[in-house]
Design a binder for this molecule. Structure first.
Ligand code: AHR
Length: 508
């Protein structure tokens, strides 16, 4: 019997809801066909946005949506995507399949989407191939309420008021597709570009007024990038760092068989199951190591680590455009999501935003579409379970199970967990069981409290169980009943290959 120890009196940090964020790029069928079908489409939509998709994402309380890329961001020129659609420039999407981008989804459409989703905006600017002026004018166009050339242009384009822009990325992957820069070169560029990302503030609008600037951080374990960028920025910003740099990004994808081969999304065996999940848990080590470097410069943890691209990246589905990165999603992905989100929760004092790549029809999506049809993936259901952590308080907790896996290198904790308390004092416990074969009986010890009542939902199934357009509900969240409360003591049995959310009311 394993023991999960929870200490309600040890509150660690707020779990910022933005940890449950998503990422949408002009890539494959994410924007076009995924979010956006246009007003004239027979697919039900509101001002071009698919109604089914908007409703599904609102249900999981999507907090923030990053756009327009990814690699696409550093080739995107925002003025191509405003004004009458017939006049918008057509361009080649050089990164993703060489297809024509007609720019029918641009700034106005993006903010309309955020509005319908009721989520925050995170726009990624073009530092790689755009000018300082272009970036500065985009921010003016979006956020300036008064009279100015760009604010006037926005009004001419049909939007009277400024939008809220809580997050702005100054370049994407500038160590790679965003310009192949060295850390020092990028950091100097960052300092220059961010100077002109003006904070016009909209005190009359709801929500955060100031723009948080996100600096391009490392790829995976590139610790030299993290220290190189911070060193160059700090040398000149020093105590004025806050406001000039609010977040440092981290990108990490799980490729079961490495970057070149990647591996099938649905056809895999036991060894690859553990390999994938151990690679998902590697996020914990990455965050610890990058956060330790950040601590040297920013011991008060003012700067957030923003994991704005994460997820499993497999070989594309057979017969699909290799440049579209379309992949299926199984119970293995539910575990990847559950494990990673538990890791993020545990690091909530440094990780204040994360964006799963990518919301619809690309990589570890929560939604897949085919024409007018839409299905929810196993990953969607995990986000549905975990949404109760959003803006909760992370509590000290631990579990005493050991590692699980095959061969020496493919190990991870058998059970991962995280626990938060919401504003009503209800505990939210999320657990993952990575074992392919074994159930885990767990005693839950809540220090100083008794459990009064509990309710749970679980996602579990065969390791490669998935939803298809023919069988859309093969994997879904089910009511969890395998728990007992006796004399205020809570215990449960967690089945193999499962992700669980249990809410627990404490005895008054
Ligand atoms: O998510 C797909 C791509 O992965 C993004 O465009 C890029 O930032 C990363 O390399």
């Amino acid at each position: 019997m394993a023991k999960l120890k929870i200490q309600p009196n040890k509150q660690i940090s707020k779990i910022h809801k933005e940890i449950y964020g998503h990422f949408s790029e002009h890539l494959g069928r994410c924007i076009y066909g995924g979010f956006f079908v246009g007003e004239d489409s027979p697919i039900p939509n509101v001002r071009g946005m698919r109604t089914d998709v908007v409703e599904a994402l609102r249900k999981i309380r999507i907090p923030v949506l990053r756009w327009p890329g990814g690699c696409f961001a550093d080739e995107y020129h925002w003025m191509d995507g405003i004004g009458p659609k017939a006049n918008r420039k057509k361009m080649i999407n050089t990164h993703w399949g060489g297809v024509t981008e007609d720019n029918s989804f641009g700034t106005h459409e993006y903010f309309e989407l955020c509005d319908q989703l009721d989520c925050e905006a995170y726009v990624n600017g073009n530092l790689g191939s755009g000018t300082v002026q272009e970036m500065s004018e985009w921010v003016e166009y979006i956020t300036f309420e008064g009279v100015s050339p760009m604010a006037n242009l926005r009004r001419e384009d049909g939007h009277e008021h400024a939008w809220n822009l809580p997050y702005f990325g100054v370049g994407n992957e500038n160590w790679g597709c965003g310009g192949n820069m060295t850390p020092e070169y990028y950091a100097n560029e960052y300092r220059r570009y961010q100077t002109y990302v003006r904070d016009y503030k909209n005190p009359d609008h709801d929500g955060p007024a100031s723009i948080q600037k996100i600096c391009c951080g490392p790829n995976v374990d590139d610790y030299e990038w993290t220290s190189g960028v911070l060193k160059t920025c700090f040398r000149h910003c020093e105590s004025r760092f806050h406001g000039n740099l609010d977040g440092l990004s981290l990108h990490y994808y799980v490729h079961p068989e490495g970057w070149q081969i990647k591996g099938s999304a649905t056809d895999f065996g036991d060894k690859v199951w553990y390999k994938t999940l151990s690679k998902a848990y590697y996020m914990d080590e990455l965050i610890r190591n990058h956060a330790a470097i950040m601590d040297e410069y920013d011991p008060e943890r003012v700067i957030s680590l923003v994991v704005d691209e994460w997820g499993a990246w497999y070989t594309v589905e057979p017969g699909t455009n290799p440049g579209f990165l379309y992949q299926q999603n199984t119970i293995r992905d539910a575990l990847v999501a559950g494990i990673t989100l538990n890791v993020f929760n545990k690091h909530a004092d440094r990780v204040r935003m994360a964006n799963l790549a990518q919301t619809i029809n690309v990589l570890q999506s929560v939604i897949l579409t085919e024409g007018a049809d839409m299905i929810l993936t196993p990953t969607y259901h995990v986000f549905d379970l975990y949404k109760e952590h959003q803006d909760g308080t992370l509590l000290e907790s631990s579990i005493d199970t050991g590692a699980i896996g095959m061969e020496t290198e493919y190990h991870l904790p058998w059970i991962t967990e995280s626990v938060s308390e919401d504003a009503d004092g209800v505990l939210h416990i999320t657990l993952t069981n990575a074992s392919l074969t074994d159930s885990c009986p767990i005693d839950v010890e809540i220090a100083g409290c008794k459990a009064a009542e509990a309710q749970g939902e679980i996602v579990c199934g065969a390791m490669n169980a998935k939803n298809t357009f023919e069988e859309p509900e093969c994997v879904k969240a089910e009511k969890f009943t395998d728990y007992r409360i006796e004399n205020g003591n809570l215990s449960l049995t967690l089945p193999p290959r499962s992700v669980l959310h249990l809410s627990v009311k404490k005895d008054a």
